[in-house]
Design a protein around this ligand. Sequence first.
Ligand SMILES: NC(=O)c1ccc[n+]([C@@H]2O[C@H](COP(=O)([O-])OP(=O)(O)OC[C@H]3O[C@@H](n4cnc5c(N)ncnc54)[C@H](O)[C@@H]3O)[C@@H](O)[C@H]2O)c1
Length: 326
Amino acid sequence: MKAALVTGGRGFVGAWLCRALLERGIAAVSLDRRTPRERPSTLDLIGIEGEVAEEAGSLLDRGLLDQVLAEHDVDTVFHLAAETIVGTVRDDPAAAFDTNVRGTWTVLEAARARGVERVVFASSDKAYGAHDELPYREDFALRPTAPYEASKAAADLIARSYWPSYGLPVAVTRFANIYGGGDLNFSRLVPEASCAAIDGRAPVLRSDGSPIRDLLYVEDAAAAYLAIADSLGRDDVRGEAFNAGGERPYSVLEIVAAITRIAGTGVEPDVRGSGSPDGEIDRQYVDASKLRERCGWEPAVGLEEGLGRALDWYSAHPEVRPPVSL
Ligand SMILES: NC(=O)c1ccc[n+]([C@@H]2O[C@H](COP(=O)([O-])OP(=O)(O)OC[C@H]3O[C@@H](n4cnc5c(N)ncnc54)[C@H](O)[C@@H]3O)[C@@H](O)[C@H]2O)c1
């Protein structure tokens, strides 16, 4: 791997992936609809903005994609850019399907035309929809019911079809909830609860705290993307899907309790929901043994350590924390 395009590189996971690429001496290029002048960017917040080649524009712009792949001599594509907030997708599904589904085949077509050596597409554990059996394995049916889930499932199927149909070496990831410093999506549990604990306010829960979640530390997620890309020469990896998670389920209340305990603030959550929020899966965690066995990945950062790192990061970045209302 010499030069990698990360779509959505200014976002949370994309920026940490760019950092992991740079640490391995691989040139990182970001294509993101947010321009380098727009702040904040996680690339900037984790201190690598100047080291990543940034291209501003949309995934849906095929000409731009062709140009970026050629100009940077890209051999590997990590396709992460998406409409990622479940509520935003629910409010405007057509726009989200455009980004998440048409955007994906636009990237795949550009990669195919260019003869890119590896493509890793960020699907999601949400593509499975709800299943009673836990943990989720890759051979479970994709049974989405909400628009975000459907967009990921559709793109997941399309992406995997490019290996048997066109010989494009592609694999898809179905990762659990990724967390860590630099996530600016405050409707998500860990950023909201971490900032609340730091600022001494009650973390807002959109559920009643009972849903079961699986948390994957962001640098472990970046390592998983690289492990899959490194293994894309193999027949048991190309065209395949891979789960990754923290390898243990926690209830939302347990996660919030851990955050407030580590932060040392005794705030109680502000429980605003009953059961799971509308359109969200109630109980989900994933079996990552396929990724362990085929690509040699395992998580390195346990929940306590990861939550501690996230808290340290949000403490050091008061400028991104939501304002505390008096
Ligand atoms: N964060 C998680 O818990 C998680 C879990 C599983 C899968 N994923 C997947 O990982 C990927 C990254 O997630 P994230 O949490 O970093 O999201 P994010 O919202 O922080 O980042 C997404 C980035 O994509 C960019 N983008 C959106 N539409 C675009 C378009 N049309 N053209 C160019 N850029 C566009 C955004 O500007 C943003 O910078 C997504 O595909 C998401 O579905 C995330």
